[in-house]
Design a protein around this ligand. Structure first.
Ligand code: MRU
Length: 340
């Protein structure tokens, strides 16, 4: 398989390296995957994360296994293991199902590795297309609020919502960004703030609970977020806290956009109620950990509810910015997402 390079993933000389996002921004540390269990642990620990990159990293590992000569039975087992590593982001299932179909059809290792290279290159192109469609909606001087991390750390290319934001900045639109810190795992303050600094985009970090006051004060022109799974009726799951932003945006008449590639659509999922939502470890809510160390601030055994995602209903979405264009609620009701 050819060498592949993204901001948070490298496949070089037959080895898969992933940037350990748990350690950012304090430390830039790459981890080598030597076994599928390494990759599962890195995925479950959120060292590697973001809907598209979860699927791409799993696909690259399967391509690697094919090229080292794993049998079809071994490949099928590896695909099943990786497919179950995180439940909500459907890009993981979509890409692995694509590879399983090839395995089932008796494709040789070269066809499998070609498919993995195509998956990688396609995601770069999907990001570029979303950035172009989305940046066209951004007005001069806009203040854009975003949640979680949806940039180059989450994809093979420029990102989804953050890709749009950085594209609008490159177009000279003089934008500024409100970055939700994104409790409990702080993807906003650790990763999005880091990416925006690198891209020289003006931003201010806020606690998640500050967005209501900002919208009431007229300081947010639009909200742009990513997605982990979009149902065909337009409901979508994204990092927990997205739904409250959508309700707030609707109340304050702030346009609310979701930015995602076609690989985030689940054509078997009719509505948001059918999206599986990952429950995570209680200590993530009892405190925090990262490159700064670990800290628990609640009573040690405090009972915790920790869904990693929530579902935003379609009627709260102003537009779905996909790689194929921008879709309205009327388009979605007419079945646009079924036929993409
Ligand atoms: O738990 P994470 O960090 O993998 O969650 C990521 C998100 O929710 C992103 O918003 C989503 O994957 C879209 S990324 C391009």
């Amino acid at each position: 398989m050819k060498d592949l390079t993204a901001a948070a993933l490298r496949y070089k000389h037959g080895e898969l390296h992933v940037l350990d996002q748990r350690k950012l921004p304090g430390e830039v540390c790459w981890q080598v995957c030597k076994h599928e269990n390494d990759l599962v642990a890195l995925i479950q620990g959120l060292a590697i994360r973001g809907a598209p990159l979860l699927g791409i990293s799993a696909a690259v590992w399967v391509g690697h296994c094919a090229m080292r000569g794993d049998s079809n039975e071994q490949l099928t087992n590896t695909i099943a293991l990786l497919r179950a590593s995180r439940p909500t982001a459907v890009n993981l299932m979509n890409y692995l199902d694509r590879l399983q179909k090839l395995v089932d059809s008796g494709a040789d290792r070269f066809l499998l590795s070609d498919e993995v290279e195509a998956i990688f290159d396609e995601d770069v192109a999907l990001c570029a297309a979303m950035s172009e469609h989305g940046a066209a909606l951004v007005a001069q001087g806009d203040s854009i609020l975003t949640h979680c991390n949806t940039g180059s750390l989450a994809t093979a290319g420029a990102g989804t919502a953050l890709g749009v934001i950085t594209a609008a900045h490159k177009q000279g639109k003089n934008i500024s960004v409100w970055v939700d810190e994104t409790r409990p795992l702080l993807q906003g303050s650790r990763l999005t703030a880091w990416e925006l600094e690198q891209a020289d985009v003006p931003y201010q970090l806020i606690c998640d609970s500050m967005s209501a006051g900002l919208m009431a004060a007229g300081k947010v022109d639009r909200v742009m977020v990513g997605a982990d799974r979009i149902a065909v009726n337009g409901d979508f799951a994204n990092k927990v806290g997205t739904y409250s932003l959508a309700v707030l945006a609707s109340h304050h008449h702030v346009p609310f956009y979701v930015v995602a590639p076609a690989t985030t659509i689940d054509r078997h999922c009719n509505d948001g109620a059918s999206i599986p939502i990952e429950q995570r470890n209680a200590d993530e809510v009892r405190g925090a950990s990262g490159s700064f160390g670990s800290c628990i601030w609640s009573p040690a055994g405090a009972p915790v509810y920790n869904p990693a995602f929530d579902v935003t209903p379609a009627e709260l979405v102003t537009g779905w910015i996909l790689d194929s264009g921008v879709y309205t609620l009327d388009d979605v009701i007419a079945g646009a997402l079924v036929s993409i």
